[in-house]
Design a protein. Structure first.
Ligand SMILES: [Zn+2]
Length: 380
């Protein structure tokens, strides 16, 4: 099979790059993936895929040999990017790298997933169990994993393993990071900065909350990692007005369920204390990514070991096992063995300077194809 894969890659490297370029040209902010979804659907159909559909969450779903298959494997790559742009973003080839916002996260991974599907169809490979290929929506930020939630609702009880192509070669996520995100709005009586001096200032009060958050000592259990962040703060009316309202977006994350609960208690204590000082505070939970549930760790170990070997043999990169916050959070919270691997190399994720390394990109297609074959055609 290795020779067949190598020959396919040689013949299709140009196509992989042009698919990537076409995808990059279609803006896809979270919740607004419709254009990219339409493109993916037609592309898959022209590659020979039958039964492709777009669901309510704007996922492009291709059930491959799923009919009559009780247990299915699910492969994801997300279509959305963190950028709100609705016009095509600049795409630059500097010889060594391709630069475009969102190119690695997750467009290059998406193109590999699509070319992997094309390979299976071209070689008429029929897996013993069904495979669900999904170009999914809403992985980023406030997309809040809407695409993944929809798939695990629609296919509840049928998924035996889950893999998402996201990130780059050297990181393999076999654990997930859960998080809670909040919008906190604070209002005070405000007033004229001179006449009403002494009235409470919403910015000052909110700043106190920020300081209290940054005084939290994060819990540690074993080798767990727990963090917090205040990402956006805004408010006030003018330089000579005692601010009447102020708002922030904040979050905490952990790869340990108990630590996540401890952080929740800290945040709730801070919010409760502010209310008890008589402040008008509205706290809205705007995001919730669950931690790991009870999962067959031996199965994850098998998947991670298999995939790490494929990446290292094909690319020469050494693979580090990490915890991340991805679409895999949903299946992991449901107890489904899951992995997140990258099938490209690059950097600057979530910045406008994001780049993809050209010379190793075709190797990602070998990793993509081998991963799907290894995890679905062998009985495991
Ligand atoms: Zn991503």
């Amino acid at each position: 099979m290795t020779k067949v894969i190598q020959a396919y890659i040689q013949e299709h490297t140009d196509e992989l790059f042009s698919l990537l370029r076409e995808l990059c040209a279609i803006p896809a902010p979270s919740h607004h993936e419709e254009q990219r979804a339409e493109f993916c659907k037609s592309w898959l159909e022209s590659a020979g895929a039958e039964g492709v559909y777009i669901d309510d969450a704007k996922n492009v779903v291709f059930p491959y040999a799923c009919e009559g298959s009780e247990k299915i494997s699910v492969f994801f790559a997300h279509t959305d990017t963190v950028f709100p742009d609705t016009e095509p973003m600049p795409y630059v080839d500097d010889g060594e790298n391709l630069l475009c916002p969102g190119i690695c996260d997750d467009t290059a991974n998406l193109a590999v997933l699509m070319m992997t599907v094309k390979f299976l169809l071209a070689k008429k490979i029929t897996p013993p169990h069904g495979i669900l290929f999904v170009c999914n929506s809403c992985e980023e930020g406030l997309g809040n994993l809407k695409g993944a939630r929809q798939i695990f609702f629609d296919y509840a009880g049928r998924v035996k393993q889950f893999v998402t192509f996201d990130g780059h070669f050297s990181e393999l996520a076999d654990r997930c990071v859960g998080s809670h995100r909040y919008e906190v709005e604070l209002r005070t009586e405000g007033g004229h900065s001179y006449e009403a001096f002494g009235n409470r200032n919403a910015i000052a009060e909110l700043s106190r909350l920020v300081t209290e958050i940054y005084d939290i000592k994060v819990p540690v259990i074993g080798n767990s990692k727990t963090t917090y962040n205040v990402g956006i703060i805004e408010g006030g009316t003018s330089v000579n007005t005692i601010a009447q309202s102020a708002k922030m977006l904040c979050e905490y994350r952990s790869d340990n369920e108990d630590c996540l609960a401890t952080m929740q208690a800290h945040f709730e204590r801070i919010f409760a204390a502010a209310k008890s000082r008589g402040l008008d505070l509205t706290v809205t939970r705007i995001g919730e990514r669950p931690c790991m549930g009870k999962v067959d760790l031996a199965k994850i170990e098998y998947m991670a070991h298999t995939v790490a070997e494929i990446i290292e043999r094909n690319t020469g990169f050494s693979v580090e096992r990490v915890s991340m916050s991805t679409d895999a959070n949903i299946p992991l919270s449901l107890g489904i063995p899951s992995l997140c691997l990258g099938v490209c190399e690059g950097g600057g994720m979530h910045t406008r300077e994001e780049w993809l390394v050209k010379k190793s990109y075709h190797l990602g297609l070998a990793v993509g194809i081998e991963t799907v074959l290894a995890l679905t055609t062998e009985e495991n």
